[in-house]
Design a protein around this ligand. Structure first.
Ligand SMILES: Nc1ncnc2c1ncn2[C@@H]1O[C@H](COP(=O)(O)OP(=O)(O)OP(=O)(O)O)[C@@H](O)[C@H]1O
Length: 987
């Protein structure tokens, strides 16, 4: 057969055009030729030179082979287009000939076993099949057909195909054995017809022996094996059986559980109405939206077959981290805070029109409203609330009392929609290496307390506010309130001609009237002509992470980086996509709830993402906050507790980012999601002479639980790494979460702040800290324990949320489940430290005196040679030499004649500078750098991690390691000579 040439890369135009690289020769340059820090470049695919003239078979053989392949490809192409579109499988990976063989075999057996034909040849074949398999021969065609489909669709998945083959073989053995027992255990001698009607020779051989011992034992053993064969075929671990059954049920019913539950609950889709009372069709859109991307058999409609991918990450306009009610990203006009949804209306209850609501408000202003006037709204809310269970019953009880006390003040909170469990992701989560992974069951996270819509405390506050406004003769009215888990926001509308300041000036009086120091005034409430007064609830509610993850917002979005944030002041669930933040700063005083937030975040990821989708690096200098997660397969390196190591890990992240960027630019993509999509579709081909197997890159989430501890040991290195990562890493799928309890300018420096766009501010101890975190005051007024202001990227106003809470025991259960699925495979190269520079030759024996000179110059900020002469009692020549050394190390500036030199290092950086000069400290502890081959082996062991790298491909990474300048990494010794600098924080 003629040699098949590789097709030109479909991305040629895009990649070639954008990267602007000239095509290189297919001969790879030797790794020694590479520059430090450079990565191997992919080579354009070219036709492989024909090594030798081929010996071609005779034409009839070629004709038959061509027909066979042609029919095979045709059938394979059709099969691959069914279900998930795999039609782009590279030609060299297709095994359509084998698939065709199994299809024909299935057809052959079906012809003789299913259609009852008779005749000499037919009888012969029938006799052989029945004699071998008994009546089980009837089942063989569908099994062969299923296997053929698998070979057509996943030819490269040899392990998976072997598994299916083993499963079917075991099923055949079990089936024939059971048939043998069921058929009266006929023997081959004499009763051959009986053997054919039972399990055939196979059944006799496999089941006869055990059945001879005890029939029931044989039935039990072979039934269990039949069941096991089904588990093997479906790649189902024992513990995943209930989840798989539920997924099967959902798939068979063809419904998302939320739809089913909403239909069952008689939900009338009232949330289809927008703020103007217009039918927005949002629900329909959401449902259609879920399906509209797919046409028949899952093929994307309107796919531009000429493009490398159907859609690129950059296609999305108005990208936001916050996930809105319908799971989409609303237009910016909606403002930073999602527009308040109208309360849901129960079936049979007429929804009041906007005009009626407005009329109610006006009447209320004029003091005309009666409890009957307000009835439509109140009735609608309580009816729905009672329809959704506990929440309703609680609120209805208190609501009745409230109606008497404050009939004109409606509750504005959203009524939470019914919450059926998180749908199990129905596609099989098979990881690299044919490992099947089951996400933790939603039930592991307990539901929280049912939310209250109003309590007597709320009515008391409404009365106090109204009283205060009246006392000070302010023409303003409390028009409603929305109760969140921690605070309630009371809305005040002003009469015409009344200044906003009239109300805001009263903040102290309001605090006094409601007996709370933590009153926060919002003027105006974003998106509304009303003033908001947030007052803490005397009866706070816990927001359970389970409830947040089971909410509609979270369930509609399958992105693996989606996390449950908490609940807003209106009682709506807040869910955000970490990938879109793209980096997050979490700050707040001790006990404000940072660590709890970080726990919720990690647990969200473990609940929703496989280790192939998200990998994490955890830095926990406090040593106790994140220990529960040790050993989860999502970790890329053991949890880092040493700040020095953490600083090095950040440098590894920078290198990893560079590697990913190299891949992106080589293959012509702008975002790792597009690269991954193309890899999964088989559209990314490594250079012909590379042994690399390209695999999708997982998202990489780096969590630092206390940034201050890192900034203390290596401020400049840490800042440099963070800035580089945050500036670039978004497209590489690398995201940073930095938590600190010291949001001061020396920890959250201007550079870090500028590059970390999303902020989560828990209660801070001062308004200055609030300004550092949010660039605005407000966080100092928060009441702690999970009360936070969330400012996602792009939002102009922060959203007040009560953070989601996950208990220690829930975390342990989730971690146990995850660890039970897969063991952590750590990447050794994260811990690989570059060989550190020893004391520089030019310093020689003068290290001690040089350190003294540095200390002197930096603490006095005076770069004078004569001062060194005097204080260190050295001669002029030596002092001059020391000054030259200090200049070469960047401690002082160049000589300016008789003037003292500029001192370039600030006293704060003295410890780091001294450590850098010592140089030998870290080097002595550094492990021996593993060989390139060892690194390659390790990287290959890391399934799903960017692909199987071979030594050549890793050479560049190790280059980066080799050229890594250890002198920049201070040892972490502080002024006290205590190398465990983080312990100075007192923990
Ligand atoms: N979302 C929440 N819901 C309910 N309670 C919370 C929440 N977050 C925090 N808390 C309460 O506040 C306590 C302190 O929270 P956490 O340990 O997260 O604070 P922290 O800011 O990390 O403090 P530190 O910096 O000292 O570690 C928790 O033990 C818990 O009781």
């Amino acid at each position: 057969m003629a040699t098949r040439t590789s097709p030109a890369r479909p991305s040629a135009g895009r990649s070639g055009g954008t990267s602007g690289r000239s095509p290189k020769s297919t001969n790879r340059p030797a790794s020694s030729d590479k520059q430090p820090g450079t990565q191997p470049r992919a080579q354009p695919r070219t036709k492989a030179p024909d090594p030798e003239p081929e010996i071609r078979p005779i034409w009839p053989a070629r004709l038959i082979a061509a027909c066979w392949q042609g029919i095979g490809h045709l059938l394979g192409g059709v099969t691959r287009r069914m279900g998930r579109d795999l039609s782009a499988l590279p030609p060299e990976e297709r095994r359509d000939g084998s698939g065709l063989f199994f299809v024909l075999l299935a057809a052959f057996i079906a012809t003789f076993e299913w259609w009852g034909l008779t005749g000499g040849f037919v009888d012969g074949v029938h006799g052989v099949l029945r004699g071998t398999f008994g009546w089980f021969a009837v089942v063989l065609p569908p099994m062969l057909l299923i296997f053929a489909i698998r070979v057509f669709r996943r030819p490269a998945d040899v392990r998976g195909n072997n598994r299916v083959a083993i499963g079917f073989s075991l099923l055949t053995l079990a089936g024939t054995s059971l048939a043998h027992v069921g058929g009266g255990m006929p023997g081959p001698g004499g009763d051959f017809a009986g053997l054919q009607a039972a399990g055939g020779m196979l059944g006799f051989l496999a089941g006869g022996l055990l059945a001879g011992v005890n029939v029931w034992l044989a039935v039990a053993v072979w039934s269990v094996l039949a069941f096991v064969s089904v588990l093997i075929l479906t790649a189902t671990p024992f513990r995943a059986i209930p989840m798989r059954l539920r997924a099967l049920y959902e798939a068979l019913m063809g419904q998302y559980p939320d739809e089913a539950a909403m239909d069952a609950a008689g939900h009338d889709q009232s949330y289809l109405y927008d703020e103007d009372g217009q039918a927005s069709g949002r629900d329909t859109e959401a449902r259609v939206g879920r399906k509209k991307g797919k046409g028949l058999f899952g093929r994307k409609r309107g796919a531009d077959d000429g493009a490398l991918l159907d859609g690129y990450v950059g296609d999305e306009a108005f990208e936001r981290a916050l996930i809105d009610d319908d799971g989409t990203h609303p237009a910016p006009s909606a403002g930073a805070v999602p527009a308040r949804a109208e309360p849901a209306v129960a079936p049979g209850v007429r929804r009041p029109t906007q005009a009626e609501i407005a009329a109610d408000k006006i009447k209320a202003r004029q003091g005309l409203a009666t409890s009957t006037d307000a009835a439509p709204v109140t009735e609608a809310i309580s009816t729905v609330a009672s329809g959704i269970g506990g929440a309703g019953s609680t609120s209805t009880g208190s609501g009745a009392a409230a109606t008497v006390a404050a009939p004109t003040v409606p509750v504005l909170s959203r009524v939470p929609a019914p919450q059926p469990p998180i749908p199990q992701r129905t596609e099989q989560l098979s990881l690299a290496g044919d490992v099947t992974y089951t996400l933790p069951d939603a039930e592991l996270l307990a539901p929280g307390t049912p939310p209250k819509e109003r309590s007597e405390a709320n009515d008391a506050v409404v009365a106090a506010l109204t009283d205060t406004l009246t006392q000070f003769n302010v023409d303003a009215q409390v028009t409603g309130f929305s109760r969140g888990p921690t605070v309630t926001r009371y809305e005040i509308e002003l009469g015409s001609g009344t200044k906003v300041e009239r109300v805001t000036q009263l903040s102290k009086n309001i605090s006094y009237a409601v007996a709370s120091a933590d009153v926060r005034i919002l003027s105006p409430i974003p998106g509304k002509s009303a003033i908001g007064i947030e007052i803490p609830n005397t009866d706070r509610e816990t927001v359970s992470l389970g409830d947040v993850l089971r909410s509609q917002n979270a369930r509609r979005n399958e992105h693996p980086m989606v996390m449950g944030v908490g609940k807003d002041v209106e009682g709506g669930f807040v869910v955000a996509n970490l990938a879109k933040m793209p980096h997050l700063l979490v700050a707040g005083a001790t006990g404000a709830g940072k660590s709890s937030f970080v726990n919720s975040m990690i647990t969200s990821i473990l609940m929703r993402a496989t280790p192939d989708e998200v990998r994490m690096v955890m830095v926990d200098p406090k040593r106790v906050e994140l220990t529960a997660y040790e050993g989860v397969p999502h970790l890329i390196t053991p949890i880092i507790t040493n700040p020095k190591k953490a600083a090095e890990a950040l440098q590894w992240v920078v290198r990893e980012m560079d590697t990913r960027y190299d891949d992106l630019s080589n293959y012509g993509f702008k975002h790792i999601d597009d690269f991954n999509k193309a890899v999964r579709a088989g559209k990314v081909h490594p250079p012909v002479d590379s042994k690399r197997v390209v695999k999708p890159y997982p998202y990489l989430l780096i969590i630092v639980d206390e940034l201050a501890d890192l900034m203390m040991v290596a401020p400049r290195d840490v800042e440099d790494s963070i800035v580089r990562i945050t500036q670039l890493a978004r497209a590489a799928g690398i995201h940073l979460v930095l938590a600190t309890q010291r949001p001061s300018v020396d920890v959250v420096t201007g550079l870090i702040k500028a590059n970390v766009p999303s902020r989560m501010a828990f209660a801070t101890s001062s308004v200055t800290d609030s300004r550092v975190v949010l660039d605005q005051p407000g966080a100092e007024k928060l009441i702690g324990q999970g009360d936070a202001l969330f400012l996602p990227m792009g939002a102009s106003k922060a959203i007040r949320v009560q953070g989601a809470w996950v208990t220690e025991s829930e975390i342990h259960q989730v971690v146990e489940h995850v660890k039970g699925q897969l063991k952590a495979v750590y990447r050794q190269d994260v811990a690989v430290e570059a060989p550190k520079k020893q004391i520089d030759d030019d310093i020689g024996d003068d290290l001690d005196v040089l350190l003294q000179a540095t200390e002197l110059v930096v603490t006095t900020q005076f770069g004078s040679t004569s001062m060194l002469q005097r204080k260190l009692r050295v001669g002029f020549a030596k002092a001059g030499r020391l000054m030259d050394l200090l200049e070469s190390r960047g401690v002082v500036g160049p000589s300016e004649g008789s003037k003292a030199r500029d001192v370039l290092v600030k006293p704060d950086d003295l410890a780091a500078t001294l450590s850098a000069l010592r140089g030998d400290d870290a080097a002595a502890q550094a492990p021996v750098s593993p060989s390139t081959a060892a690194l390659a082996e390790n990287a290959n062991a890391n399934h799903g991690y960017g692909g199987d790298l071979v030594a050549d491909d890793l050479a560049a990474r190790t280059h980066a390691v080799e050229y890594y300048d250890g002198a920049d990494v201070p040892s972490g010794e502080d002024d006290d000579g205590d190398s465990d600098a983080w312990s100075l924080t007192g923990r």
